[in-house]
Design a binder for this molecule. Sequence first.
Ligand SMILES: O=P(O)(O)OC[C@H]1O[C@H](O[C@H]2O[C@H](CO)[C@@H](O)[C@H](O)[C@H]2O)[C@H](O)[C@@H](O)[C@@H]1O
Ligand SMILES: [Mg+2]
Length: 897
Amino acid sequence: MTTTAHDNSPKRKQRVINCVTQLPYKIQLGESNDDWKISATTGNSALYSSLEYLQVDSTEYEQHVVGWTGEITRTERSLFTKEAKEKPQDLDDDPLYLTKEQINGLTTNLQNHMKSEKEAKTDTTTPTTSAINNVHPVWLLRKNQSRWRNYAEKVIWPTFHYILNPSNEGEQEKNWWYDYVKFNEAYAQKIGEVYQKGDIIWIHDYYLLLLPQLLRMKFNDESIIIGYFHHAPWPSNEYFRCLPRRKQILDGLVGANRICFQNESFSRHFVSSCKRLLDATAKKSKNSSDNDQYQVSVYGGDVLVDSLPIGVNTTQILKDAFTKDIDSKVLSIKQAYQNKKIIIGRDRLDSVRGVVQKLRAFETFLAMYPEWRDQVVLIQVSSPTANRNSPQTIKLEQQVNELVNSINSEYGSLNFSPVQHYYMRIPKDVYLSLLRVADLCLITSVRDGMNTTALEYVTVKSHMSNFLCYGNPLILSEFSGSSNVLKDAIVVNPWDSVAVAKSINMAFKLDKEEKSTLESKLWNEVPTIQDWTNKFLTSIKELASSDDDVERKMTPALNRPVLLENYKQAKRRLFLFDYDGTLTPIVKDPAAAIPSARLYTILQKLSADPHNQIWIISGRDQKFLNKWLGGKLPQLGLSAEHGCFMKDVSCEDWVNLTEKVDMSWQVRVNEVMEEFTTRTPGSFIERKKVALTWHYRRTVPELGEFHAKELKEKLLTFTDDFDLEVMDGKANIEVRPRFVNKGEIVKRLVWHQHGQPQDMLKGISEKLPKDQMPDFVLCLGDDFTDEDMFRQLNTIESCWKGKYPDEKNQWGNYGFYPVTVGSASKKTVAKAHLTDPQQVLETLGLLVGDVSLFQSAGTVDLDSRGHVKNSESSLKSKLASKAYVMKRSASYTGAKV
Ligand SMILES: O=P(O)(O)OC[C@H]1O[C@H](O[C@H]2O[C@H](CO)[C@@H](O)[C@H](O)[C@H]2O)[C@H](O)[C@@H](O)[C@@H]1O
Ligand SMILES: [Mg+2]
């Protein structure tokens, strides 16, 4: 623990919750589910070394790692049990029913694993501090465990690597998406168990794109700091926008305070996606590393977007690569290829790593430079991907094999094959030996975020090797993220075989001095993992502290599962909907903002339920509301011009609540508005029966805003004479009598016997028994004028607390949901927010059963198998699990069930 100079009491370390797709362990179950094996996984070496650094070496941070367990497999031995022999197990069919005790046991084992690793690495003279209790596995035990990968690997990953799949079957994509949402929900739930105020939450990569927003929904804590790092490439908007769920994905991500990419072009693409798809605006500047950074304003909140290339643990690599054991491995490889130049390549065998391009370039090289034939060997190690059995991978594998055979038969002999292809995962020591022995490393990926092999190669070559391969060159694809970092590598276009072939020839001809110059430049360009980790966390901390003095009140996202449950239980439901910007998106021309077919369907379904009363409370006039809503759905109640007029549910007549008001102000206000209309091209006046609205959405924005301010000031001078209200709307200035407002309508509708006709000219009675009034009120609005509705609901709620203290529902309230439509940071008295009209329709769709809870992310509690807690499927799964456990234990003891 650290202490300050003046204060001897131990200072609390900054806690970091690191959320990764998968814990760095592989879990295998043995003959019984209490017999397990935990081993380290391979892959993701850069990220895992950052976790290790925070775990072992960082004195400043206390790290907690949240991650999925990955697919839990059976050990080979367990597949030969009596049971397994009787009914051979397909791993996909393994139901993985683990009891609570087994899950707890495994969790403790994972904790201990991390602990013993840490103890092994820590200098024993330094006492260890707190108990290590910092691995928090996300359990998603289910048959077909690869289900959790489908959406990320089959939809997101290809798009992010510029691979467009043919549009897939809707039903399948929907199921994959729901699993993806659940995967993110499961993380949000786990973080809920771990999070303490003041923690930094750091989320990694494309499996967790929805998590930032989910966490905002979950924690009603404005100080929560969320950083997201995107390890993969981010494609141009032209590709990104092909994703059917593009908007949900961006909505999910912009819940973070900082979104960081591997390089500037990825962050630029991301910002342009936000601009195009979310109507965001962005201000560009430079960050402390002199990279472009953007302050992206979206839904009224701000997100910092920038880039910081990941690094590798250079110290550890050098330590591991120069051991006696590796010396002897290097020697034997050298002996096997005596007097030959060695090119090495190590890639995952997927379509973007460019193995095919590499082989074609090598073939061209041998064809173009006959003097090198018999003198050069390409050792290519291709590691299988998780999708090894997919048709695309099988096809790629065939293509690679054919190319290897054709090169070897064309340029090889009985005792020498110029391409040595190994389709396998190799252990770390073999990998390091290859890096050391190489005369050249060839990386021809056609797309990647950051190629750590390139960084590791340069690291190994920076050290004086025993075998004179110090500073040997690197050929690097310009499409690899690492080419932005290793600017002094020999950069090539992998699609141009001739150019790559020429570069290979040129690389072999470099003399010692040239190599040494190259090396000294490249070595300085390799980012270290320690630096990357510290820089990311420091800038997140700065972000948190820079906001300290700003008033930051965040409104949580609407908890939709609770809303749904409350809706189902309620008997007297009242819906109070604003129209523009709430049920329909804001558009340039007011006449064009008409209801969508989807909105009609939802309103139709909602109003068909006799327990529901639906009111549209709008600034629009009667004509518009009649034409587009009342005429088609007479069962709706309507209120026009911010409460000036009302039409009861299932009734045709309107009541004018301003009948007795002096309207002479309209002439004066109209005159002033006309003057401003002449001065402001593009502006116009919307003349309603009572209210007058001056619109400036279609003007030059700066001029419109400037004149709107001036107009407002001028109009305010009339307000005392006429008792008017001047309202600042969305690109409009509206004027109406002060005594009517949307809040007054809400008051009348809530203090009313549910389902009975309204007598609109009669006053309000506050003496009604509670069980005659609504027990569920969902009030939605986007604008300043809707705040009157929310305020009124809050007032009624406090009044009911005094009046009916014992008549609260199971959530400890009266079922009131005042919800603003806009960002979490918008100033409002509403209790929750939904981002835009699309989310509004999704939420209403959920209530009428048109939309699944998993259509978009929304803080659902899940059990350890990914079912909604206490749902029918969760209970079924529990029963099946019990029966399975009994059967298994009986089969061990030989008893019959
Ligand atoms: O209370 P609301 O139902 O939200 O109505 C408020 C005003 O909405 C309309 O104007 C706004 O929406 C237009 C269409 O999207 C947009 O072009 C305009 O810039 C916005 O101000 C409507 O024209 C007004 O009469 C309403 O009072
Ligand atoms: Mg509105």
